[in-house]
Design a protein around this ligand. Structure first.
Ligand code: HXC
Length: 258
C-alpha cells in the first residue's frame, strides 16, 4: 500500500508513524485510517520492531474525523461500517506498545485515537477535547468510554458535554497523559521511551500490555489472576533466565525475545 496521508520510518527498533495531512490538521479520513492500520499491522509483524510511536505535527496530532467527509453520510452509510469507523479498531489489535506523542490539537477522533494508544506523552501545547457535541453528533470511537476511565466521570462529562478543551497541564493532572514535555523535546522523549521499551524482552513487553489492558476489562480478582498466570508463564522464557542471570553477574541482559 502506498501511503499518502502518513509518513513511516524506523529508527533502530522503533517504528515511527507520523500523521501527515497538514492542510486539514491531520483530520482522520478513511484513507488515512486505512494507511495507519496497514502501517501498524506491518510494524506489529516485524520482528525487528519492539515499540511503535504515533505522532502528528506541532500544530495537531489530529483535529478529529474528517468533517467534510462525514457531512453527507446517512445512517446506513455509517451503520454498515463501510465508512468512518471501519478501521478504527485496528490499533487495538496491535500487540506491541504504541506510544502517542501528542502536540497541538487532539480533538474528537484525534483524542480517541490518542487514547487507543498505550500511553500518551504530551507536548506543552497539547489540547485534548471531545467537541463532537458542537457538530450534533457524539464521540464514536471511545470518547465516552475511555475518557471517563482515564480522567474520571466528572471531567469526561464536562469535556464531552461542553466541548471544552483540556490543556497539557490539566491532562497530566487528570491522568490522561503520562508526561508533559516542552514541544521541542516531544519526539525525542517519545523515541527515547520507545527505545527503552524496545530494548526489553518482547514477550514481557507484550504480556505487560495485555495484562494492564485486562485491568480495564475485568474485575480486580480476575485481573490479578490473569496477571499471576502471565507472571508464571514468564518462567518458561529464555529471557527470564537471561535477565536474572545478567543481574547476578552484574552485566546487561541480552534478550533474545524467546
Ligand atoms: C476536516 C478540518 C478538521 C476536521 C480542521 N480542519 N479540523 N477538516 N475535519 N476535523 C481543517 C479546517 O477546515 C481548515 O481547512 C484547516 O483544517 C485548518 O483549520 P482551522 O479551523 O482554520 O484552524 P484553527 O482556526 O487553528 O482551528 C483549529 C481547530 C478547528 C480548533 C482544531 O479546526 C476545529 O475546531 N476543528 C474541528 C474539530 C472537531 O470538531 N473535531 C471533531 C470531529 S468529529 P481550510 O481548508 O479551511 O484551511 C469526530 C468524530 C470521531 O472526530 C468519530 C470516530 C469514529
Amino acid at each position: 500500500m502506498t501511503y499518502e496521508n502518513i509518513l513511516v520510518e524506523t529508527q533502530g527498533k522503533v517504528g515511527l508513524i507520523r500523521l501527515n495531512r497538514p492542510k486539514a490538521l491531520n483530520a482522520l479520513n478513511d484513507q488515512l485510517m486505512d494507511e495507519l492500520g496497514d502501517a501498524l499491522v506491518k510494524f506489529d509483524a516485524d520482528a525487528d520492531i519492539g515499540c511503535i510511536v504515533l505522532t502528528g505535527s506541532e500544530k495537531a496530532f489530529a483535529a478529529g474525523a474528517d468533517i467534510g467527509g462525514m457531512a453527507k453520510f446517512t445512517y446506513m452509510d455509517v451503520f454498515k461500517g463501510e465508512y468512518i469507523t471501519r478501521n478504527w479498531e485496528q490499533i487495538r489489535n496491535v500487540r506491541k506498545p504504541v506510544i502517542a506523542a501528542v502536540a497541538g490539537f487532539a480533538l474528537g477522533g484525534g483524542c480517541e485515537l490518542a487514547m487507543m494508544c498505550d500511553f500518551i506523552i504530551a507536548a506543552d501545547n497539547a489540547k485534548f477535547g471531545q467537541p463532537e457535541i458542537k457538530l450534533g453528533i457524539i464521540p464514536g470511537a471511545g470518547g465516552t468510554q475511555r475518557l471517563p476511565r482515564a480522567v474520571s466521570k466528572s471531567k469526561a462529562m464536562d469535556m464531552c458535554l461542553t466541548a471544552r478543551m483540556m490543556d497539557a497541564g490539566e491532562a497530566e493532572r487528570a491522568g490522561l497523559v503520562s508526561r508533559v514535555v516542552p514541544m521541542d523535546r516531544l519526539l525525542a522523549e517519545a523515541m527515547e521511551a520507545a527505545t527503552v521499551i524496545a530494548s526489553m524482552s518482547l514477550p514481557s513487553v507484550m504480556m505487560i500490555k495485555e495484562s494492564v489492558n485486562r485491568a480495564y476489562e475485568s474485575t480486580l480478582a480476575e485481573g490479578i489472576q490473569y496477571e499471576r498466570r502471565m507472571f508464571y508463564s514468564t518462567f518458561a522464557t529464555e529471557d527470564q533466565k537471561e535477565g536474572m542471570q545478567a543481574f547476578m553477574e552484574k552485566r546487561l541482559p541480552v534478550f533474545k525475545n524467546l
